[in-house]
Design a protein around this ligand. Structure first.
Ligand code: NDP
Length: 429
């Protein structure tokens, strides 16, 4: 991983980091200013991406280091506004790399489109009619978007669900038809929406019922990604705490997040700190991934931790994370946003399954870092250092002042903006 050359990456200036990446061949050699300019979203493109565009809203783009995923090394580009997320991911990845890295398992990439039918008179007859017409339904769907079939994907099956009327919630009963679609390298929202709209009238005619809507489901339960890691206890030991003690505390903390939704939400938010940052950096739809992940956390009937940490028979700590990851490597803004073009290049142009493997591993790393901090030093220690820096910048510190004000703030009685401003004023006088 060009280990020595990227050592103390965080201590370098931005230009030195870019230079090191070029020397280590993670980036092609070119003038640094050219590289920086290549990441800027041109107004012309931004204006075509959304409506009523008036400017761009930028996020810092950083790199998480030390990731070893299925025996391959990666630097992960992350777009985030939150301090300490990238540091935590890198720290966790370094520990996990020592223990052999992440292994992943990715299911087939099958996305789901739904058509909800209302006013079904004879449920059994409707289900029978739809089941018998499965082939025709698939044909109509594929004829609506033939190019994906030519590429080797397309609609491949249906699933029928009956949702009973719920008096308490005042909802009707629905017959829901799921269309399963292999979307290959795309997330597939647009092709699926085209397909479900095409089969809607046919389903209405088969059932003499009214279709409420046809739309993609972001609950992509047929497109799951799992990352695992296995960490020997001697790798876990740190500052006066044995590896066994830390392992047991991590397992216990995880059990708390499995049992209590109040903790689970914060636990899963931490997982999404990393996942969102990489999903955004690669031009993917973070809202789709967030919605699907949180829904998946409720699959047992209660909102729970998405990760599971257990003790192996030989005493190792085993971590596992599974989430739906309907991302793409084509489509949406991926091919037109220069930042996304860069991040796909940085990752070595992974295909969609590989990108899923990378993203889910980052989520597991993020969770490991957060839980380990919580059961040892607490997370405030690391956070406050970065918070001090942010206060120094907010107070107006620039250049060398940032470091000086940050250091003084960390020793001050109160770490707040007023104190930062006072320190800066004193420094300048
Ligand atoms: P696009 O429609 O932009 O792109 C997908 C298209 O890329 C395919 O239809 C296909 O078109 C083409 N393509 C080229 N190479 C491949 C390949 N190897 N595998 C698959 N397709 C390929 O995007 P998506 O349909 O993926 O939708 C994603 C966008 O939709 C995102 O911007 C998302 O935010 C948005 N969206 C999300 C919704 C949601 O609920 N999550 C709802 C609506 C929109 P062809 O074969 O014709 O060349």
């Amino acid at each position: 991983m060009g280990k020595n050359k990227l050592d103390k990456f965080y201590n370098r200036t931005i230009d030195q980091r870019i230079e090191a990446l070029m020397t280590e061949k993670y980036l092609e050699q070119r003038p640094i200013d050219d590289f920086k300019e290549s990441l800027i979203l041109p107004e012309e493109i931004a204006n075509h991406m959304i409506e009523n565009q008036i400017g761009t809203y930028q996020l810092p783009l950083g790199l998480a280091l030390h990731f070893l995923i299925d025996d391959k090394e990666y630097l992960l580009p992350m777009a985030t506004e939150e301090p300490s997320v990238i540091a935590a991911a890198s720290f966790a990845a370094k520990t996990i790399a020592v223990a052999g890295g992440f292994t992943t398992e990715i299911t087939d990439r099958v996305m789901i489109g739904q058509i909800a039918l209302k006013g079904i008179k004879d449920k059994e007859q409707a289900i029978h009619a739809i089941s018998a017409a499965e082939e025709e339904i698939i044909t109509i769907a594929n004829e609506a978007h033939p190019s994906i079939v030519k590429r080797g994907g397309g609609a491949c099956g249906i699933n029928i669900r009956w949702i009973e009327r719920d008096q308490e919630q005042d909802t009707s009963s629905f017959l829901v038809v799921h269309l399963h679609v292999e979307t290959l390298e795309a997330m597939g929202a647009n092709m699926i929406n085209t397909m479900v709209e095409a089969i809607k009238p046919y389903l209405e005619s088969l059932t003499a019922a009214k279709a409420v809507m046809g739309i993609l489901s972001n609950y992509a339960t047929e497109c799951l990604a799992t990352a695992r890691c296995r960490i020997p206890v001697d790798v876990l030991a740190r500052r006066g705490l044995s590896g066994v003690e830390i392992r047991d505390r991590i397992v216990e903390a995880n059990q708390f997040a499995i049992a209590d939704p109040y903790r689970a939400v914060t636990n899963n938010k931490g997982i999404m700190n990393g996942i969102d940052a990489l999903v955004i950096a690669t031009g993917n739809d973070s809202r789709a991934i967030e919605a699907g992940a949180h829904a998946y956390a409720t699959r047992s009937g209660q909102y729970r931790s998405l990760t599971k940490w257990t003790k192996a028979e030989n005493g190792d700590l085993i971590g596992e994370l599974t989430i739906p990851l309907p991302i793409g490597t084509v489509g949406g803004s991926i091919g037109i946003h220069p930042g996304a073009t860069f991040t796909h290049q940085m990752l070595g142009y992974p295909d969609a399954k590989r990108l899923e493997a990378i993203i889910v591993s980052l989520g597991l790393a993020q969770n490991f870092a957060a839980i380990r901090a919580l059961v040892t030093d607490g997370i405030q220690k690391g956070h406050m250092a970065l918070h001090a820096k942010s206060l120094a910048i907010n107070a107006g510190a620039t250049g060398d002042e940032v470091k000086k004000v940050t250091q003084a703030l960390r020793k001050a009685e109160h770490m707040d903006l007023k104190t930062a401003e006072q320190i800066l004023a004193k420094l300048r006088s």
